[in-house]
Structures are given as structure tokens and as C-alpha cells.
Design a protein around this ligand. Structure first.
Ligand SMILES: *Cc1c(COP(=O)(O)O)cnc(C)c1O
Length: 385
């Protein structure tokens, strides 16, 4: 199926809603039946039919169909946040007494889920440097049930060899989950490389306008049904029909947005690489990126998120650079119109002694503004260093 068919048509049964071009928001909590017999029959089909919006809602189902097709998996679930998608998926793979392996420098709340919350349920976790597949092999135990990946990681841009790790996991009957938020299904399709469950924070590119929080779980029909019937319905982390509609709207411009963003980012990264005040630039498609060969093998392109280190030994200089930026807004997250900046120096304060990231590391997200405007903005701000 081509991209146009997925975005324009898949899941959109327009004749059922007055041939409206844009999909409807079915804003209802429940669905009624004509007879007791019908209700009796449908109560056992919550996975397939609209019964109660915590399970299936028609607006959300359109998204579910499209996301599964984009990731080339059999089915998908849309959740209230990326974290809801991650926690439902992780819980589905683990029981008390199990062991999990997770890539280090993963998303912070994924780290909290695995290393704090799951500790209470007697799950042991080994964090590994994911750039070498042997580290996963070395961490294996007889009770390892989950390997959790995020490629690239969103601050340090470390890649994992997805196909090799998936193969290793399969040999040992271990479930693999990969957070694909950085790449979106347009730039990386982990399920085609053997990953069991692909998760997203749709709050980033999929929503695309900094106005919604949502998540996605993509997997086989069987796994999705199991997650639906256990974690999804009990945790209750569902997207609202309104937010599903916003995400459907965002999806329609995803290919265009990503194309513009990737082209702009390539230009900006190249500019930074040649700047005397810049030390290292981390972007998976940069010409000096240490894992460039792997990036080109498993990713179609890289998006608007990159990190770089400033040549300075002073946090106030890093702060002054960020304060001087006009178009790069100081904010977390990414994926919308507006370019953003998130300096690791934010994590350096009187409460925080766990300095995982270097203080002179700055993460930037390139949005949809003209690249020349953004380069000029950076150039001016670099005068502060
Ligand atoms: C933002 C983010 C998440 C969490 O998603 P939410 O939608 O904010 O819950 C998970 N993983 C990555 C890589 C992210 O960037």
C-alpha cells in the first residue's frame, strides 16, 4: 500500500458519515444496542466493535488502522501518551521474577518505569550501551524476557543495530520493544527488522503541532489483542476522540513536514560542523557521525533532532547562547512547527548531582521555519560564547 492510500483512504469509510472528506469526531463514551441479544453478543467483542470508548472508538479506529499500516504491523493501539504506550507494552512482556535489558540513555520516564516502578514488582533490569550488540548478548540471563530499545536515543543519538538485536532476542524467545519516536514510521520500520512491539510518542511528529499528547503501540494481531484485553483496558490510558482527530489531521502533512525538516536540519548541521565554537555535532545522518553506516542501513533519513557540544567550560556561556536564541524556543519535546532548544545545563542545578549528560551538550529541534532564518539565529547567539 502506498503512503497516499494509507493517509487518504485507509480506515476512512466516508459513505458512513455523509461523505465528509475530513473524518468525524465521534465524541461519545458509550454505544447502544437495539436488543438485549445484540448487546449480549457485542459485550464479548470489545476488541472489534464500539461498545465503550475506553475500548474502541470509531475516530480512534481510523488512526489505529493507519498507524498499523505505516509501521507494517498487523494492528495498533492509540494511547493517551507515549508513556502510556510504553508502560502498557513493557508490562505486557514482564512478570515478577523476570529480567529485562534496556538501552542506556533511553527516555527518562522509561528509565523510571524500568528501574524504579518495576523494581517494586521484582523485575531486575540491566542497562547496556546499545551501540555494540555484544553488550546485549553479555547481559542475557535465563530469565530475560524483554529487550527494550530506543534507536536513536533522543539526546546522545546512539543507535542500536536493530536487526542484530532482534535476531538475538528471537533465538532466546525474548520480546523486543523499540521506541521509534525519533524516526516515525516514515524513516524507520522496526517491525520489518524483526522487532515485536514498536511504540511511539505521537506527541512529537505524528501529532506534529505541539498541541496534543498521545502514543502508539504497533504489533501483531495476537499481541495487540492481549495488550488490549489486559493492560490497555485496565490502565485506561486512552486517547480522547478530539485528540485522535488532531492526530489524524497531523498525519496528513507528516510526509511534507518531515521532508522539509530533514532538509533544513542537514543544512544547519553542516553549518554547525564548520563553526569554530562548536565541538561535536551528533546527528545520525551527519557525515562524521560514528554510526553513519548503520544509520543509512536502517533509517531512510534523520529528522530535526540533533545535539551538539559547545567549546566552553562554563555553564553560563551555554545558558547565554540559549537565552540569545529567538526562534529556538526553550522547551522540552519536539515535532511541531516551532524550533526548540533543550540544553543539558538545565539538569545542572542544586538538586541534581546525577550528571548523565555533559553540561555543554545542547539538543536542538529544527522546526518548519526557513533554514536561513534559523542559521542566522544560531549565528547571532553563538556570539555570546
Ligand atoms: C516524549 C517521548 C516519550 C514520552 O512520550 P509522551 O507522549 O510525552 O508520554 C517517550 N519516548 C521518547 C523518545 C520521547 O521523546
Amino acid at each position: 500500500m502506498n503512503l497516499s492510500e494509507i493517509i487518504n483512504q485507509l480506515g476512512e469509510n466516508r459513505s458512513e458519515y455523509f461523505n465528509a472528506v475530513a473524518p468525524p469526531i465521534i465524541k461519545t463514551s458509550n454505544f447502544c444496542f437495539a436488543t438485549v441479544d445484540q448487546m449480549r453478543e457485542n459485550i464479548h467483542k470489545e476488541f472489534e466493535v464500539p461498545f465503550y470508548t475506553r475500548g474502541v472508538n470509531p475516530t480512534v479506529t481510523i488512526l489505529r488502522t493507519k498507524l498499523a499500516a505505516l509501521e507494517q504491523t498487523e494492528d495498533a493501539l492509540i494511547t493517551s501518551s507515549g508513556c502510556a504506550a510504553i508502560s502498557a507494552s513493557v508490562f505486557s512482556a514482564l512478570s515478577a521474577g523476570d529480567h529485562a535489558i534496556c538501552v542506556k540513555n533511553c527516555y527518562s520516564w522509561t528509565n523510571t518505569l524500568l528501574n524504579t516502578l518495576l523494581k517494586r514488582f521484582d523485575v531486575e533490569v540491566t542497562m547496556v550501551d546499545g551501540t555494540d550488540v555484544n553488550n546485549f548478548r553479555d547481559a542475557l540471563r535465563p530469565n530475560t524476557k524483554l529487550i527494550y530499545l530506543e534507536s536513536p536515543t533522543s539526546f546522545m543519538m546512539e543507535l542500536q543495530n536493530i536487526e542484530a538485536v532482534a535476531q538475538l532476542a528471537k533465538q532466546h524467545g525474548i520480546t523486543t520493544i523499540l521506541d521509534n519516536s525519533y524516526s516515525t514510521p516514515l524513516y524507520q520500520k522496526p517491525a520489518t527488522l524483526g522487532i515485536d512491539i514498536v511504540v511511539h510518542s505521537a506527541s512529537k511528529y505524528l501529532g506534529g503541532h505541539s498541541d496534543l499528547i498521545a502514543g502508539v503501540i504497533c504489533s501483531s494481531k495476537e499481541r495487540i489483542r492481549t495488550i488490549f484485553e489486559t493492560e490497555f483496558l485496565t490502565f485506561g490510558g486512552i486517547i480522547t476522540p478530539d485528540n485522535a482527530w488532531l492526530m489524524l489531521r497531523g498525519l496528513r502533512t507528516l510526509p511534507l513536514r518531515l521532508k522539509h525538516i530533514s532538509e533544513s536540519t542537514a543544512q544547519i548541521v553542516q553549518y554547525l560542523e564548520h563553526h569554530p565554537k562548536v565541538d561535536k555535532v551528533l546527528w545520525p545522518f551527519a557525515k562524521d557521525f560514528p554510526q553513519l553506516t548503520l544509520a543509512k542501513k536502517q533509517m531512510k533519513n534523520a529528522g530535526g533532532l540533533y545535539s551538539f557540544t559547545l567549546k566552553t567550560d562554563q555553564i553560563p556561556k551555554v545558558d547565554a547562547f540559549c537565552n540569545a536564541l529567538k526562534y529556538f524556543l526553550l522547551a522540552c519535546s519536539w515535532g511541531g512547527y516551532e524550533s526548540l532548544v533543550f540544553p543539558a545545563s538545565v539538569l545542572y542545578d542544586s538538586f541534581n548531582n546525577n550528571k548523565v549528560l555533559p553540561y555543554n551538550l545542547i539538543r536542538m529541534y529544527v522546526g518548519l521555519e526557513e533554514p536561513e532564518v534559523l542559521i542566522a539565529d544560531i549565528e547571532k547567539a553563538l556570539e555570546e560564547v
